[in-house]
Design a binder for this molecule. Sequence first.
Ligand SMILES: O=c1[nH]c(=O)n([C@H]2C[C@H](O)[C@@H](COP(=O)(O)O)O2)cc1CO
Length: 216
Amino acid sequence: MDNSSVAFVPTHGPISQSIKNESRLCDSCPLVFYTSVLTRRRDDYLKDSKYFMAVALLAAKRSEDPNTQVGACIVNQENKIVGIGHNQMPNGCDGKLTWARDRTKDNKHLYVCHAELNAIMNTNGADVKGCSMYVTLFPCNECAKLIIQGGIKEVIYLSDMYEDRDEFKASKSMLELVGACIVNQENKIVGIGHNQMLNGYDDEEAEDNKHLYGEI
Ligand SMILES: O=c1[nH]c(=O)n([C@H]2C[C@H](O)[C@@H](COP(=O)(O)O)O2)cc1CO
């Protein structure tokens, strides 16, 4: 028998009990030969887009912001993660600056480094050109500039809670100017791909590929 396609499962424990009917005992060892279930590819594995957004969500958990935690995960064209970031105070300023929101006084917005900026800075020298960014909150106008100038081809985001604000309208305009928009109204995940970097990735294709972003 070709052992490369066979999984061994101990005869004791709940799993062996549940599969016994489909199994036969090995003559020479106290293991159950189990060939029919554990050699099949499972369908319920974490797909790429969900995994990368989950990484962004996990990164967000590291943020000390008392109001909004944001995470970002940059993925290259080989589907490898090249940068992860969350919103945080600049290095060395931790605990020394206010997290207050009120813009009329000393406030966090003057200091905080956004998740997108940190993800780009955390790439350890990797080029972000042609990469995709998974981010838990739609990028502001300043982050959109970084994304565009860095050559990131696609932004996939979860929340668009500040969509009515001017910074976010400006951000969307800039990203739309350089790319194609993919909208999945149902689960609020939207991708914006930069046309010139996606080689013929047009609106129709984008529409067809909506399913790629799935549910998170
Ligand atoms: O794209 C973003 N990325 C990002 O990291 N942030 C950070 C800055 C703040 O720490 C926090 C937003 O705070 P608030 O929701 O209280 O205004 O999220 C905010 C945005 C959107 O402005």
